[in-house]
Design a protein around this ligand. Structure first.
Ligand SMILES: *Cc1c(COP(=O)(O)O)cnc(C)c1O
Ligand code: SF4
Length: 364
């Protein structure tokens, strides 16, 4: 007979996995050659958490998964960037709630994540007490109740799926009791960083609150494992619409063949690419920034070679609270004959002149 203790150790639950996370540079030292003293200064400011699942996906020091998870001395050396790059605090009527667009709000409901991504735009806040608590969540819900124009509530953090099942159930029940909230969205990286969290019990909680959408974040094809595929399959089977908000990151996915493979694989695990984000200008993340031209080149490479289902919108969330703007490579070309189109292979095509009137005016 199997010893129940041994079995539990062989198949740890998600909480057990989390509790075994690497949380200091010293714990990483036996595995990687790194400067413990320098990195301790980094983790004193920006916490580290690499759970054993994500750790197991790192193949070699410096690979694209290592770079997302392991602290780097440049995080505290490079002064570029802002503490609050998206101006979220100025647009917060109460702590933890951002009301930037007319019909939708972002509500932070957790300060924990299954991993602390080194490029995080909220890295000044995640993993620390004080970002959110019961009081800020209660105040956020009261604000939503009082603003009938809010149709769509995006739960974020930290990672909302690090709340327990009963906490999530209570939160979603309160949100769903607000008649004007038509749609609830959850932003969670857990399907990628700790897919074991997507248990059948969690899925049963979530599916009681439709229409419910979940946007996750995969940044590299190596993150699409059988475990991640199974987690996304469980969510999709429960009718939860899955999107992906990939972040464009230097040395990780700023390459069209990597991005091509990632977008193809996402569709295979039933996750629809939603946004490709230009990295936010958060302090301590400058070593991940890429030129906008890199993103446009990648989009030009994907468009036409991949199905429309595999194509995210490439967006910049403007510094200073301007919100998201989409960026597209231009498929128009001004020639002596007038405006022509360039297709994905670079070939030129004409179009009826009278239907091209007005192009070039007012930024069109
Ligand atoms: C991104 C974001 C949203 C959601 O934007 P969508 O384009 O609808 O996905 C809402 N509020 C804030 C503050 C955001 O940053
Ligand atoms: S999971 Fe999201 S919120 Fe958490 S550290 Fe990563 S990017 Fe930041």
């Amino acid at each position: 007979m199997t010893d129940p203790n041994k079995r539990a150790a062989a198949v740890p639950g998600w909480k057990k996995l989390l509790s075994r996370s690497f949380s200091s540079p010293q714990e990483l030292a036996p595995h990687f050659d790194l400067d413990k003293t320098a990195l301790q200064k980094v983790t004193a400011r920006y916490p580290m958490r690499i759970n054993p699942y994500y750790f197991s996906l790192i193949k070699t020091p410096g690979d694209p998964l290592y770079k997302q998870a392991v602290p780097d001395a440049r995080e505290i050396e490079d002064p570029a960037g802002e503490e609050d790059p998206l101006g979220e605090e100025a647009l917060s009527p109460c702590p933890g709630l951002t009301h930037k667009y007319p019909d939708r709000v972002l509500l932070l409901v957790s300060n924990q994540c299954a991993m602390y991504c080194r490029f995080c735009n909220r890295k000044r806040k995640v993993g620390r007490p004080g970002l959110v608590d019961r009081k800020t969540i209660r105040a956020g819900l009261a604000y939503i109740r009082g603003h009938k124009e809010i149709r769509d509530v995006l739960l974020s953090g930290g990672d909302p799926l690090l709340l327990s099942d009963p906490e999530l159930h209570a939160l979603l029940t309160e949100l769903r009791a607000i008649a004007h909230v038509a749609v609830v969205r959850i932003g969670s990286r857990v399907p990628c960083t700790l897919p074991q969290r997507i248990t059948p019990a969690l899925v049963r909680v979530l599916k009681a609150f439709h229409p419910l959408y979940l946007n996750t974040q995969f940044n590299h094809p190596s993150e699409i494992t059988p475990q991640a595929a199974a987690a996304c399959g469980r969510l999709a089977d429960a009718g939860i619409g899955l999107g992906c908000q990939t972040v464009l990151l230097k040395g990780i996915n700023d390459d069209s063949s990597v991005m091509f493979a990632l977008m193809e694989k996402l569709i295979e695990i039933r996750v629809r690419p939603y946004y490709l984000f230009q990295a936010d200008l958060a302090r301590g993340t400058a070593h991940f920034w890429t030129p906008v031209a890199t993103g446009l080149k990648i989009m030009r490479r994907l468009q036409g070679r991949l199905s429309g289902l595999c194509l995210p919108h490439y967006v910049i969330d403007l510094p200073g609270g301007g919100g998201k703007v989409p960026l597209l490579p231009s498929y128009l070309r001004q020639t002596k004959k007038g405006v022509t189109f360039i297709n994905y292979l670079g070939r030129e095509y004409t179009y009826p002149v009278e239907l091209l009137e007005g192009l070039g005016e007012e930024g069109l």
